[in-house]
Design a protein around this ligand. Structure first.
Ligand code: AMP
Ligand code: TRP
Length: 326
């Protein structure tokens, strides 16, 4: 079998255009070329503060989001991480191979620990070992993610190398697959990546209606347009324009920026309409899927079986090589 592709997303709420432009739009494209596995990493999401009563709904909602975005269960395997105990089991074996010093270097761990000071749990610390297990169980060729995940993918390769050196060649090194827009910035603080943890006004959700997007964009940070230097916020708006508009329109605004007479309110109003229009089919499909829970549950059950067939094989190979099979 040709080598597959694998990626994962945490079920923490609505998808935003950063998730879409950095990862999910790529997943939709890649499923035409590769055998793809996409997992909802609910076990990872437990390392952040959460409400147990909301979690199952968030998991289902993320499955629906991916289907509505164009992930086709005929082409891709969509599954829930916690439904395959193989992931947690391999994560433990990998944890025994991962130097603490490597984990201490992870910027996501440092950022999250700074944000959730009351809840710096051990799961947050060994999070990358679980991510390495998610990935290597499927022996993929590449992993399509946003730029913030590159460090975790390097650690995955470190673990693969360590495993191979100690127990014999088992895993190929994986390649990160980035889009042209691997890092979309926050609207209100363009020095930070767009992330729902910053607050709803920092992000544009794929489900946001045009009025909501207009309001959020109207507050987005830009510059006076007079210095000739493009600020981070303006660059981010141009990135969005390049993704949702036509080359002619992009040139028009670039020219206006250069001439120093750009009207940001005009650009933002147009951009809001373009984004809302782009995601109209997504919103429609999402509403349909919400009325069809049986279908969604069926996709999840099929995904679980397909993923398990592969994950269980790799785990058996790992256990044999580590000396656990008696
Ligand atoms: P998460 O919601 O953190 O599980 O992220 C899901 C995927 O979206 C990962 O591949 C991230 O790298 C990607 N992603 C998240 N935020 C952004 C962003 N602001 N720009 C680009 N990609 C992103
Ligand atoms: N850590 C990733 C994120 O925050 C989510 C993730 C977990 C993942 N397991 C993965 C991504 C495996 C790619 C492959 O976005």
């Amino acid at each position: 079998m040709e080598q597959p592709i694998l990626s994962g997303i945490q079920p923490t709420g609505k998808l935003h255009i950063g998730n879409y432009l950095g990862a999910v739009s790529n997943w939709v494209k890649l499923q035409d070329q590769y055998d793809c596995f996409f997992t909802i990493v609910d076990m990872h999401s437990l390392t952040a503060d959460y409400k147990p009563a909301e979690k199952s709904q968030q998991i289902l909602s993320t499955v629906i989001d991916l289907l509505a975005s164009g992930i086709d269960p005929e082409k891709s395997t969509l599954f829930i991480q916690s439904q395959l105990p193989e992931h947690a089991e391999l994560a433990w074996y990998f944890a025994t191979l991962t130097p603490i010093a490597f984990l201490e270097r992870m910027t996501q761990y440092k950022d999250k620990s700074a944000r959730q000071k009351e809840n710096i749990n051990a799961g947050l610390f060994i999070y990358p070992a679980l991510q390495a297990a998610d990935i290597l169980l499927y022996k993929p060729y590449g992993v399509p993610v946003g730029e913030d995940q590159l460090q975790h993918l390097e650690l995955t390769n470190d673990i693969a190398r360590k495993f191979n050196a100690r127990f014999g060649k088992t895993f190929e090194l994986i390649k990160p697959l980035l889009t042209k827009t691997p890092r979309i910035m926050s609207l209100l603080d363009p020095s930070k990546k767009m992330s729902k943890s910053l607050g709803d006004q920092h992000v544009i959700n794929m489900s946001d209606e045009v009025k909501v997007i207009e309001k959020k964009l109207s507050r987005a940070v830009t510059d006076t347009g007079k210095s000739g230097q493009m600020s981070a916020g303006t660059k981010n708006l141009f990135t969005l324009l390049e993704n949702f508009s036509t080359p002619d329109e992009v040139s028009f605004y670039r020219e206006a920026f250069r001439a120093g007479n750009i009207k940001y309110s005009d650009l933002k109003g147009n951009l809001a309409k373009l984004i809302a229009h782009h995601f109209a089919p997504y919103r429609k499909k999402r509403a349909e899927l919400e009325k069809n829970p049986d279908y969604v549950m069926q996709v999840i059950a099929t995904g679980r079986e397909k993923a398990r067939a592969i994950a269980s094989q790799t785990l058996q190979e790992v256990k044999t090589k580590m000396g656990l099979v008696i």
